[in-house]
Every structure is written in C-alpha cells, then in structure tokens.
Design a protein around this ligand. Structure first.
Ligand SMILES: [Zn+2]
Length: 754
C-alpha cells in the first residue's frame, strides 16, 4: 500500500510542477514571514555587546545577512541538508528517487527528501504530516523558488531554523552554543550546529554528546575535513574537545535601563531587519566603561548615606555637541527587588526644587531683564488668595541682589519675584518648549511655587534641558544611536546665544554663588564647570546638574518608595558625583565662550548700575550691546565720607540688617575686609601638636577678584594672596599685627598667641 501511495504522490507531484512553474501566484504568507520580528543586538560605542533583545515569547532570534556569514560556513549547512540546493528548482528529484527507493526497500518512509526550499516552505506555511502535506510543501517550495533567489532562500532558512535553547537561527545559535558572533564561527563548529539543527533535542550537546560527536564526525568527513584513520581520530578528538567544553550561555544584559530605553525607541523597521535593513547590529552611543563608573559613583554615595534612607539614584551623561547619551543609569541596581531597582529613575516624576531656576532666569533674560537687574531678596508675601512667603536655603535675606547673584546663589525670593513678573503660565509653556513634556496639558495648574520647582518632571528632561545652555541655546533630543562620524543633530533655537552664554557664565561663577554656597563648597572646582543643585520634599529628592562646554551630567538621588528621607542629606552629595564624573570625562575643559553680541561693563556690585567713583565694589558684567545703563545711584560721597543710599523698597530691610539710618547708610564693607579672625582675638598653641602644624586661618573679603592682596605681619611683608583670599598664619607666641592691603585701602587685625 505504501509503495502505491508513494508512486501516486510522485506522479501527481510531477504533473503539478509543470503547471505551477508557469504560474506566479502571489504568496502573501511569504511576505508576512519575511516581515516578522527579529532580535536586534545592542552594542556600546566601542563594540561591546550590551543586550540581545528577546522576542515577546522570550525567544532570541537574531538576523544574520548572508554576507556576514563565511561562505565555508554556509556550505557546511548546504552539504548537510541539501547538497544539490543550487541545482534544483525547489525539489531535488535525485534525492526524491533515492528516498523513494529507500522507502520501497524498507517498506515505510525513512527519508522525506526535503530540500532546504521545502523546509522553508513548511516554516512559511505549516501543514499536517502525510502525503497531502508533503504535496503542499513541494508546491510551496516551487512558489518560493519562483519568487526568491537562491541566496534569499538560504538566508531566510538559516535565520529561521529552530536551534534549541529557546533560540532560532544560526546567529543566535552560535551565540548560545559557542558564545560568539556568527562571523567568528569555525567550520567544525558549523558542522556541530548543522547536526544540532537536524534535531535539537536528539543532538543536545549538553546531554547527548556521544550521538552528536558521531554525527558531526560523519558530516565533517563528508566535508573533506578529515580522512584516513589518523586524521579521523584527530578530528574526533577535536570535535570531542569542542563539545565537552561547551558551557551554558547567559544572555548579556548590560546597562539594563539604557538597553530597555533603546528597545522602546526602536522603529518597527529596526525590529524586522529582513534583507533591506543593514544588519541586526545596532551600535548605541553608550560608553559602557563610563556607565560602569557612573554606576559605581552612585552606589558608593548611596552606601555612604544609607542612614539617610537614600536607596536609589539615577544619572545621565550627554555630549553637548552631538547630544549623544554617553551614560544612562536608571537605578542603584536593576536586580535589587527590595528597592524596586527595575524602575528607571531617569523617567520617574519628582519635584526638582531649585533646578528649574536656570530656565526661569534664562527666560527673564529673553524678556527684558539683564544680569545686572536688581531683584529684591527681602521678606515678601506673594499671591492674593493665599499668602506665599518663601525663604532662602540659608534662612537669610540679602536685600538688593543682582540677577546674576540671585541665580548663582539660588535665592528663593528673587526667583518667586521673577516668576510673578514673567507670568507662571508663560513660564510653564516655556518649560514645555524646552522639552519638559511632563508639564504638557497642565495649563494653570501651578502657582508661583513653580519658580522653586514644585512641578514634577524627570531627570531625563532636566538634563537634556540643562544641556541647551552649553549647546548655545539649541534644543535637540538626546541621541542613542552611534555613528562613527557623529552628526550634529538639527535642533531648534529656544534661547539666544547671549542668554545661553550668560547662564553658563553665571552658573560657573564661583564668586557669585558665594552668597548661597560659600566659596569653598563642592561646586568650586577651579575649572570651568557650571552647576545647579536642587532639593525637594524635605530632602526626599536631591539633584545636581553640571556641565562643561562639551558635556552635561545630571544626577538624582532619593528613593522609589516615597519614604521620608532621614536627616538632611544635601544636594552636595549628587553634586559631588557630578563633579567626579566631569573630572573623568573632561579633565581640562575649555572655558565657556565669552557672550557674543555683548559689551563688558564695569558695574557697581551693590546697585548693578554703571560704576562711579563712589562705588566701593566694582565688578565686570556682560550686557547686550544695545543695553543702556544708568550710573549707580546707591553710592555717593559726603564730606569725603562714603555713603550708601537704599531705594525705598529696601529701607526696612536695610534698617533691620544694618541698624543704621535708612536713608543714608555707610557701606557695609570697605574692602579688603578681614572677616576672621576678629580684632583682638587670643590664640593658644596646642602642646600636643607640633608647632609647625598650627596656624590661624585668615578669611578676607574682597570684591575685586582679580586683585593681588599683600599681607604684612608687624609691618613686614609676609605674603601675596589671590582669590579666594584665604591665608594661614603659623602660630608663634607673641603679639601680632596683621595688615591686608590692596593698592589703595587696607584692613588690620591684632591677635595674640599665648
Ligand atoms: Zn555703587
């Protein structure tokens, strides 16, 4: 009966072939098969494999183009499965006749004579076993050959064969069995794979080694790899050695949050490479080594501050020119289930505190304000329906402050004053334009507290927006793709070159941030770096942003659980991380460029007006060319005495702070001014410490930061000092008179060492 069945099968087959060859049926199943998803491989910018993206069912199925596989390797598979592949049109009649005679001899089907085209046809259109199924397989193989070249067929087949271990295709197979890229496969390894694919469970290299070794040896001999007893035994040894050394493979998952971010941003084309897309390998912009360092810095800081209940952190490093993402860390540890490490901290929403201020002041500069505009830092009630009285971080009010100082020292009252002048809703719209899409569709939901960052945004948005300043006012989205010749992305101008240059200048100005942070804070790097820090929700979120001309770094620390943070961990903790990252990527950054279309003007440090002879403190400021500036009207001389007159807005503050006549007050400091030690103080030497290691620290305030001050001890010149004007006096018993002089004024203290 079986013989009859077989005969019938082949007769019908030959009849149909002759007809179908002339007909080109559309083959929609083939098109669908070609457009199925594959697993892209993500690499870092230096070529390290980060992740092979699994398919939704957990399978890995990489796509290898034919030109990525060595011809010898391809020929192993063809020899093993269908050696006359290039000489038939879908059906190998020699194999059919051979299999027919084998089947007749044995009385049942021992060989199916399936060509590679028939196998592929079965994958495209699965069918039931039996003669009808076989018939369809043959018909579809011919349809396939009519529509595809031999190269296309072999490529599609190599990428579609099940290879066990939850993988499909030889690219993933060479990864999972040999831990290597398919390009690196040797001929013998290809022989092993060619046998495994015949039946992955029967030839499982981890459990069925003897069976596999035997079959591989036969194939290798057929391939001409070894003949003769000696060569065959050497060959067997070689095969045995490869197979017994195979170890289970763990799919890499490096920079996990970044890998998932890229996966979510892949286009459908990149997930279905087919033949048209150039490869399954996706080079990303990430620098894995840098990313590891960033992870380490975060881990180290969190370990150190465990007692504060800071359990998580995130960081982003961007190249300002190319906008490439260089480091992307979403949490302390992706695998830490206890602290929800899988959450991507770059995209969670939190209040940024003072980190929104740079955008507010930049917006102000675009709307008629100047770096020398005076802003009131005095107790102020804002709002009509509810009274809102902000205070500063240091709980002090500083009276009239220049915009530059208000931003660099992160003062709160001037920021709230500014937003009430500019309009809260206008500022929200500007933030959306800068890329804060968390604030989309939130019209009129905020009050003036927006100036102090009470709206929830993400670190990703914040860092990319901060990079707009060093990028000269051009906004462009962060780029995760790596190109050898990095393209400067097209962007949109959101701030003028002057505004962006001024924000860089102000936020990298150590002297201006002294009011809020003192000059020896962690932000004082001695190199041109701009910083902004922020805290919110009772220190539950602490943030720091830093940038040089070339790079921008953003760091957030807090916890995902929303639990209260213990103590008051300051933003100097993330600022320290930012500083360390910058010192790695940009050891000697170039200075921020001088603002274009600006003039350098000498202004009074108190009033912001054009400096006059009466002004005791003078600073230089960059103002727009067209800006007109009035002379200082705070300072004047009366009978040779320097006097200061505060405008009415500041008089009550001045009276409270300075305790003097509100209309005319002597200027607070004549500089240089020795802030410490005080005049007439006593010091004692400590007998337990060597005398040579004991000294008194002198802190001198001087407003002209470029000056060199001279220090005299009992009238004899002892030293020249430069900004920030600290000096150490070695303790020696006796009475000492210390004088600090600039070219025309001086201050003196008398101390005694006992
Ligand atoms: Zn003045």
């Amino acid at each position: 009966m079986n013989i009859m069945k077989n005969l019938l099968f082949y007769i019908i087959l030959v009849m149909i072939i002759t007809q179908i060859t002339f007909l080109l049926f559309p083959f929609p199943e083939l098109d669908k098969f070609k457009s199925k998803s594959y697993s892209p491989c993500l690499f870092d910018r230096k070529g390290t494999l980060l992740h092979v993206i699994p398919l939704p069912d957990g399978q890995r199925r990489e796509y290898a183009r034919l030109d990525e596989i060595h011809p010898d390797i391809i020929s192993v598979f063809i020899q093993s499965e269908d050696k006359r592949f290039f000489y038939h049109h879908g059906i190998d009649f020699i194999a059919v006749i051979r299999s027919l005679s084998l089947n007749i001899k044995s009385g049942y089907i021992v060989s199916g004579a399936s060509s590679i085209s028939m196998q592929l046809a079965r994958m495209i259109l699965p069918h039931k076993r039996g003669i009808t199924g076989k018939l369809w397989e043959a018909i579809n193989a011919i349809r396939l050959e009519a529509q595809c070249s031999k190269e296309e067929i072999i490529e599609l087949w190599l990428n579609s064969i099940p290879v066990g271990m939850n993988t499909t295709g030889i690219a993933s197979a060479s990864r999972v069995y040999f831990h290597k890229d398919v390009k690196m496969l040797t001929k013998l390894e290809a022989c092993i794979l060619a046998v495994i694919i015949r039946n992955p469970s029967l030839y499982n290299p981890f459990s069925e080694q003897e069976l596999l070794i035997d079959a591989v040896k036969k194939l290798a001999i057929r391939m001409g790899t070894g003949s003769g007893t000696e060569r065959e035994s050497r060959l067997e040894k070689e095969i045995r050695s490869i197979i017994s050394n195979l170890t289970p493979f763990e799919w890499p998952f490096l920079a996990p949050h970044f890998s998932l971010y890229v996966k979510n941003n892949l286009s459908p084309d990149e997930l279905t490479p087919g033949r048209k897309i150039s490869g399954r390998e996706i080079a990303t912009s990430l620098d894995l080594a840098l990313n590891h360092l960033v992870e380490e810095k975060i881990r180290h800081a969190l370990d150190k501050h465990q007692h504060n209940r800071l359990t998580n952190g995130a960081a982003l490093v961007l190249n300002n020119r190319t906008r490439e993402i260089l480091a992307y860390t979403g949490s302390n540890d992706f695998n830490d289930k206890e602290h929800a490490g899988e959450i991507d901290g770059l995209h969670i929403h939190n209040q940024p505190g003072s980190c929104l201020k740079p955008f507010l002041y930049a917006y102000a500069l675009e709307n008629g304000f100047s770096p020398n505009t005076l802003l009131p830092d005095i107790p102020t009630d804002f709002g009509t329906d509810e009274v809102y009285r902000p205070v500063n971080f240091n709980n002090r009010f500083h009276g009239p402050v220049r915009l530059r100082v208000a931003l660099a020292s992160s003062l709160n009252v001037p920021a709230v004053y500014m937003i009430t002048r500019l309009g809260v809703e206008n500022f929200r719209q500007k933030l959306v334009e800068l890329g804060f899409h968390s604030l989309d569709n939130k019209e009129h939901q905020f009050g003036s507290g927006l100036a102090l960052g009470n709206a929830e945004i993400t670190l990703f948005e914040l860092t990319q927006a901060f990079s707009i300043f060093p990028a000269k006012g051009i906004k462009a989205p962060p780029v995760w793709k790596y190109r050898k010749k990095a393209r400067i992305p097209d962007g949109k101008r959101v701030f003028s070159p002057y505004t962006s240059a001024m924000i860089c200048h102000m936020l990298s100005d150590n002297a201006s941030r002294a009011l809020g942070f003192t000059t020896d804070s962690v932000l004082n790097t001695g190199i041109p770096v701009m910083f902004k820090t922020g805290t919110s929700n009772q220190f539950g979120n602490i943030w720091a942003l830093g940038a040089t001309v070339n790079y921008t770094v953003g760091v957030w620390l807090g916890n995902f659980s929303g639990k209260t943070v213990i103590g008051m961990p300051g933003s100097s903790i993330p600022a320290q991380i930012v500083k360390e990252i910058i010192s790695i990527i940009d050891r000697s950054p170039e200075p921020f460029p001088v603002p274009e279309e600006a003039k350098k003007v000498r202004i009074c440090s108190l009033s912001g007006g054009l400096a006059t002879d009466a002004c005791p403190g003078i600073v230089e400021e960059y103002l727009p060319y067209h800006a007109s500036i009035k002379p200082c009207d705070f300072h004047y001389r009366e009978n040779g005495m320097l006097k200061t007159k505060y405008p009415p807005l500041y008089t009550s503050w001045a009276r409270e702070q300075l305790g003097n006549d509100m209309i005319s007050l002597p200027y607070e400091y004549e500089t240089p001014f020795i802030r410490q030690p005080g005049d007439g103080e006593y010091f004692y030497t400590d007998p337990s410490i060597p005398v040579s290691q004991q000294a008194v620290k002198f802190e001198i305030i001087h407003t002209q930061m470029n000056d060199i001050l001279s220090v005299f001890v009992n009238g004899i010149k002892a030293d020249d000092i430069t900004y920030p004007y600290t000096w150490f006096f070695p303790l020696k018993k006796g009475k000492w008179c210390i004088t600090v002089k600039d070219h025309d004024s001086s201050d003196i203290v008398r101390i005694m060492v006992k």
